[in-house]
Design a protein around this ligand. Structure first.
Ligand code: BT5
Length: 248
């Protein structure tokens, strides 16, 4: 991972650039990283604040040997890699919130946005976009994000070398990709389960056409969240379609 590199001063979105390069046959493992994003993207049309030099705003291009319906596995793998990397370098206890946020002290440290290119049942590529707040201060975030976001610097009150965090993320991703290929995906799922803070909790599921309360039970082998509604009905929800909030 990151053996091919594309470093930018400013881009609209590293994911958009990665998708463009993917269509021009860019290789598996390509890293696109930028000091700032002028149109950083979250899921479902939301934005991602990417203040200049205050975080890691990057995308990794993967060409996994998976069917399109299994693409979310790459996202789970990335979440495990990033969470592991942050905890190792910063000595913190960050946790994964389904599907792919990484929380520290209950606030959002990392957001992950995966996008894929597929045709006729064949997965061409997956772009894993990672936004990690490293050295941002409260005033570096837009006002509507200030209370929900956190940076490593805010949590640990010291400066972090973005290079060090980045190197550890790439190393962890490379290791997990190899592990998934040799041992199968079950071992990645097991690690995800240990690092997550969603399962076992009461959640509010916000879908496009309805909002309901339930209990997050587990994730299935493709990464869908299994939720037991208050009326006992079991649902499987797909990342990308819904938002999850913790319910009292
Ligand atoms: C995400 O979406 O969390 C995925 C974010 C992915 C960002 C990376 S950066 C590199 C790559 N290139 C891109 O264009 N994107 C990817 P979602 O779950 O929809 O969360 C978005 C919400 O998080 C926003 O509506 C805000 O409330 C909040 N938010 C925005 N910027 C934030 C930040 N820097 N830190 C924490 N929270 C933020």
């Amino acid at each position: 991972m990151g053996r091919s590199l594309c470093c930018q001063e400013s881009v609209e979105s590293t994911n958009n650039l990665a998708k463009q390069l993917a269509k021009q046959n860019a290789p598996h493992g390509l890293l696109i990283i930028s000091e700032e994003q002028t149109g950083g993207k979250g899921r479902i049309g939301r934005g991602w604040a990417s203040p200049k030099s205050k975080g890691l705003w990057l995308s990794v291009l993967l060409r996994p040997n998976l069917l399109p319906q299994d693409a979310p596995k790459s996202t789970l793998l990335a979440a495990v890699a990033v969470c592991q990397a942050v905890n190792t370098v910063a000595g913190v206890q960050a946790k994964i919130k389904w599907p792919n946020d990484i929380l520290l002290n209950g606030k959002k440290l990392v957001g992950i946005l995966s996008e894929m290119g597929a045709e006729y049942g064949k997965l061409n590529y997956v772009v894993i976009g990672i936004g990690l707040n490293t050295n941002a201060e409260r005033q570096d975030f837009p006002t509507d994000v200030q209370d929900i976001a956190i940076s490593l610097h805010q949590a640990a009150t010291k400066e972090f070398s973005r290079d060090e965090v980045l190197a550890e993320i790439l190393w962890q991703m490379e290791k997990l990709v190899e592990e998934a290929e040799t041992k199968g995906f079950a071992s990645i799922l097991e690690q995800w389960r240990k690092m997550n803070c969603t399962t076992g909790n009461k959640v509010k599921v916000i879908a496009q056409d309805e909002t309901y309360l339930g209990k997050a039970l587990d994730i299935d082998e493709t990464g869908m969240l299994i939720v037991e509604r208050e009326n006992g009905v079991i649902d499987k929800v797909v990342a990308g379609d819904v938002s999850i909030r913790y319910a009292e």
